[in-house]
Write a protein that binds this ligand. Sequence first.
Ligand SMILES: Cc1ncc(COP(=O)(O)O)c(C=O)c1O
Length: 376
Amino acid sequence: MTRIAMSGAGARPRPRAAIFGINPYVPGQSAAPGAPKLFKLSANETPLGPSPRAREAVRAFADRLQDYPDGAATVLREALGARHGLDPARIVCGTGSDEILHLLAAAYLGPGDEGIFTQYGFLVYKIAILAAGGVPVVAAEKNLTADTDCILAKVGPRTKMVFLANPNNPTGTYLPVAEVKRLAHNLPAAVLLVLDAAYAEYVNRPDYSSGLELVLACDNVVTTRTFSKIYGLAGIRLGWCYAPPDVCDAINRIRGPFNTNGAAIAAGAAALDDTGHIGKAATHNETWLPWLTQEISALGIKVTPSVCNFLLLHFDGETQARAADRFLLDRGLILRAVGAYGLPHCLRLTVGTEEANRLVVEALKDFVKPEGPARA
Ligand SMILES: Cc1ncc(COP(=O)(O)O)c(C=O)c1O
């Protein structure tokens, strides 16, 4: 075969320059070589796993692998509508909420358009903005918490989107609903506010809202949700958003026609049915999140108060955080380093099983004791 020389030797397809400005998302570790038993506490997965009904639905789906799924994920959107009291026509499902975040950025950002997110906000926002050709703009946080005024101060003529994780990963902090409303009401009407409520089911505060009601009140607000956290379905990749009709229309035009796979649709609908299982997962978190916070703080390690299923632990600098990470890894306890978030002195710990939680506290006790590695 002859190649047609178009532009000289060495020519090859090149992605857009902006692609090279993206640092690929690096997930938390999931292996600890040499440790006898592993406890993965690095990805905010639920220690209870999914509902048995979801497992059963996936098994049953194995007999239908040859069929394309329903591209509109109708069963699931209707189940979500019934569970949350929402209009299914305003729901779009996707392969994890990550996909929804990317679709929103792709639909609303063009070259030079700005997308705002907060200082310690979830890393995928920056990736989605850059991938869409937009310009990432960072709004400062106060006390590791998003700040409405700092976000509003960053809004300019090129701003098209604001991404707010509420509550936020990796900090575990949240903005009360009054502040979210103030943000929504003070943004220009043409700026899309994306409220990412991946951890909403864990939040047990009277002044918190995932923002579903704001979507009805404002034409420029979207909320994104996931089945990866309390529903325990991270492996099957399932997320959704509740959005104004024209936002649904925009992302429905660009999503893959069968973007939500059939196993995920079946598992999600079955999981929604099992409110008892979700209740158990919430109760587990309500027991162990405060326990871990108290026990770890008592060791002299600062813990950011969290409303999620994880905690941010602060060490005396990056060297000590790395040493703690290694020390815990040797005992099979895998935490998440968060240097990529600009928090190299911190580690993020997911609430685990009772066994895992107790082992973490024991290990940290040994780490900080006078003759332990923290003092070395
Ligand atoms: C704040 C936040 N948003 C979105 C996601 C993405 O979740 P999904 O698994 O649905 O893509 C995560 C996952 O860690 C998250 O922490």
